[in-house]
Design a protein around this ligand. Structure first.
Ligand SMILES: C[S@@+](CC[C@H](N)C(=O)[O-])C[C@H]1O[C@@H](n2cnc3c(N)ncnc32)[C@H](O)[C@@H]1O
Length: 228
């Protein structure tokens, strides 16, 4: 499947999976999120004491709601899926949730010139071409602001033994219910993430690898990047 079709399929899968995904997140059906990765990303962000946050690929909005509740800061969520943005708005009437694709953000059309203390992408950078998107996000950071990216740890994505950038398929097999529309996602090696940030005008300030407390395997990779 050509890359452009994969990107279309990412968008379609989130539209088709919007209700199932909302239930999975709100009923805390993903063990790694419940035990480790949700708390890890919230801590990294709250430690920076931000006043304005942009949550890119916010999905049904759990992180925006939690940050608005715990820090009392202003949060804007943005996502391409109409179904998920509706879920986010319904659950958080005072919140601000925008429906835009990353292409629209990358073109500069979706965001005002306002700057943010933290821009977070929590498991939401799934496509192959991210340079323009990240460059625009960098331009919306305050000079002391940070981009926080949580993503799949490469260690968990090399079950087939291949450690190389490329497309993978998420079948959502961990869930008991049927009917999920599989989602292509683009795997990046550690080295490629750092090079992508560098090309986008960002420098990695901090990198965290939250681990499963029992198995001691890494559950995610978190980068905190600042304007270079
Ligand atoms: C795995 S979900 C994560 C949602 C949320 N950040 C969370 O932590 O639950 C990925 C999200 O990224 C959004 N997304 C992925 N690619 C996108 C694109 N090209 N344009 C807009 N949204 C996109 C999807 O719609 C989906 O809501």
């Amino acid at each position: 499947m050509p890359s452009v079709d994969k990107h279309r399929q990412i968008a379609k899968s989130w539209d088709d999976n919007a209700e199932r995904w909302t239930r999975a997140v709100r009923e805390k059906l993903i063990p790694s999120r419940r035990t480790v990765t949700d708390g890890a990303v919230v801590k990294i962000i709250t430690d920076r004491h931000p006043r304005r946050i942009l949550d890119v690929g916010c999905g049904e909005g759990w992180l925006s709601r939690q940050l608005a509740d715990t820090i009392g800061c202003e949060v804007v969520g943005i996502d391409g899926s109409g179904g998920l943005v509706t879920q986010a708005r319904t659950a958080h009437e005072n919140g601000t949730y925008l429906q835009h694709s990353y292409d629209e953000i990358a073109s500069g059309a979706a965001l005002s010139e306002e700057k943010y203390d933290v821009i977070v992408c929590n498991f939401s950078l799934l496509g192959e071409h991210l340079l323009e998107l990240l460059s625009v996000l960098r331009s919306r950071l305050r000079s002391d602001g940070a981009l926080v990216v949580q993503t799949t740890h490469p260690f968990m994505a090399v079950a087939d033994g291949t450690y190389a950038n490329g497309w993978r398929l998420e079948g959502f097999d961990m869930f008991e219910d049927e009917g999920w529309n599989p989602m292509p996602w683009y795997f990046r090696t550690f080295e490629s993430w750092i090079e992508l940030f560098r090309q986008s005008g960002l420098a990695v300030l901090l990198c965290k690898e939250p681990v499963d407390p029992q198995k001691r395997t890494p559950l995610s990779l978190i980068f905190v990047c600042v304007p270079a």
